[in-house]
Design a protein around this ligand. Structure first.
Ligand SMILES: [Fe+2]
Ligand SMILES: [Fe+2]
Length: 441
């Protein structure tokens, strides 16, 4: 089905959902108006479900993401729908094969019900209690945070000299993989939330997400995606054993300290090897993550040793996350400048072919980056244009005088009407703007 038709159908479904819940404020649930509305919505969803196991629908920052593809220019119903699902504590909904009309009627009640009470109970629990088995709700942030908790627990165990169990990490990667497949733009935006306090933990989750996104864009088989995601999540596990004073000043290390720093891929691999249920491939990817494309990295490789292609994926994710993060010794680079820095490393530290694909995946001005326009306005990139990377779609957040707009406006720089006479001039530094990224993703 062509994108435009899907978008139209999705909008019809969302409009029907909103109308359905409004009807319930006017008519009793068994009224013909309510019934026919539910029936209409039911057949629309059935048509889209044909040949699929489920429909995944997420709305982040008024951008409708369907099966991993963002659709912009929200209408009033989409905004209303987003407000309702967010108020109920979630960002995404899935409709599964086997869905019944009755479940949709209860769903309308859900959209209408007391948001506070639903939130308190938990949206998933509320739906299950009403007998809704084929509609599942999710919060993309929750998956990210759960992976963060898992990493923090595992790293803490390693610090205490224990060998952690792999199961929770596998579960976290499974969830992240599912989300990368369905809600990639949303997850990528989350990797931009940098917290210095938990650098190593956030970095681990980010590298997992970015590796998964790159591997997925390279059409990697699903079983391998799990190994890559797991290796990304645990690549720096051994770093927790490296003394803090070394971690905090990697640009200024003595030769002895540098030798200690270089031990971490081997240490990470050794720990993973001791964990039952970790495959050889995962251990290998972790071992090789600093090997460098030109083989001048660490650990030193024997002649003829082949670096696994997936290790090169993890290396790219690792470098990108490191340069876009605020560290004690480094200001974060804007994603676009990070790409420039990485261009200089391409063919030496990182694989040039995978790097090109990585840039293609992110776009030059990746989704979530702040940009300044020649009109003086500042906005956030909400959709990359792969044909003309310098003409993304932008949501204007600040007017030319620097005043934050209460009513944001979306423009398409490639489009003569909405983007008229505006050009992208420079990246804007998120640190100088009082922007809460958690509100933007
Ligand atoms: Fe590392
Ligand atoms: Fe790393």
């Amino acid at each position: 089905m062509a994108g435009g038709i899907v978008k139209e159908k999705l909008e019809q479904i969302i409009i029907a959902m909103i109308a359905g819940s409004r009807n319930l404020t006017l008519y009793p649930p068994d009224h013909p108006v309510v019934k026919s509305q539910v029936q209409k919505m039911f057949s629309e969803i059935q048509a889209l479900l044909e040949g699929r196991e489920k429909l995944s629908l997420a709305i982040l920052e008024e951008v409708l993401v369907f099966e991993g593809v963002p659709f912009y220019q929200p209408n009033i119903a989409v905004r209303d729908f987003q407000r309702r699902i967010e108020e109920r504590g979630m960002t995404a909904v899935e409709f599964y094969q086997g869905l019944e009309a009755q479940e949709l009627q209860s769903w309308s009640q859900f959209l209408l019900g007391d948001a506070e009470a639903i939130r308190e109970k938990g949206a998933s629990a509320w739906l299950l209690e009403k007998g809704i088995d084929h509609i599942k709700v999710r919060d993309v942030r929750e998956v990210y945070n759960r992976a963060l908790d898992t990493v923090s627990e595992m790293f803490t165990e390693v610090r205490m000299g224990k060998i952690p169990k792999i199961e929770s990490a596998k579960k976290a990667v499974e969830d992240l993989t599912g989300y990368v497949l369905s809600y990639r733009p949303a997850l990528l935006a989350l990797t931009l939330l940098k917290s210095y306090d938990n650098y190593l933990f956030n970095h681990s989750v980010n590298v997992s997400v970015l590796s998964l996104a790159l591997a997925e864009s390279l059409k990697t088989p699903k079983a391998d995606l799990h190994q890559i995601g797991l290796a990304g999540l645990l690549h720096d596990l051994g770093k927790i054993l490296t003394p803090k004073n070394i971690i905090l000043k990697p640009n200024d290390l003595t030769p002895e300290e540098w030798e200690v720093m270089k031990e971490h891929p081997v240490k990470s691999a050794e720990i993973l090897q001791k964990m039952p249920g970790v495959g050889e491939l995962c251990v290998r990817l972790v071992y090789e993550h600093h090997a460098r494309y030109d083989r001048t990295g660490y650990p030193t490789l024997e002649d003829g040793y082949q670096i696994h292609p997936y290790s090169k994926i993890i290396a790219i994710a690792d470098v990108y996350d490191a340069v876009t993060t605020l560290r004690p010794y480094q200001k974060p680079f804007h994603p676009r400048d990070a790409i420039k820095i990485m261009e200089a490393l391409s063919g030496k530290v990182i694989d040039p072919v995978y790097f090109q694909q990585f840039v293609r995946m992110l776009g030059i001005y990746p989704v979530g980056s702040l940009v300044r326009l020649d009109s003086g306005e500042v906005g956030m990139v909400i959709e990359v244009n792969s044909q003309t990377p310098l003409h993304p779609k932008v949501r204007i957040i600040y007017d030319p005088s620097g005043k934050k707009l209460s009513d944001t406006q979306e423009i398409d720089l490639a489009h003569p009407q909405t983007g008229a006479e505006r050009n992208l001039v420079a990246p804007a530094d998120p640190l100088i703007f009082d922007i809460d990224f958690t509100k933007l993703v």
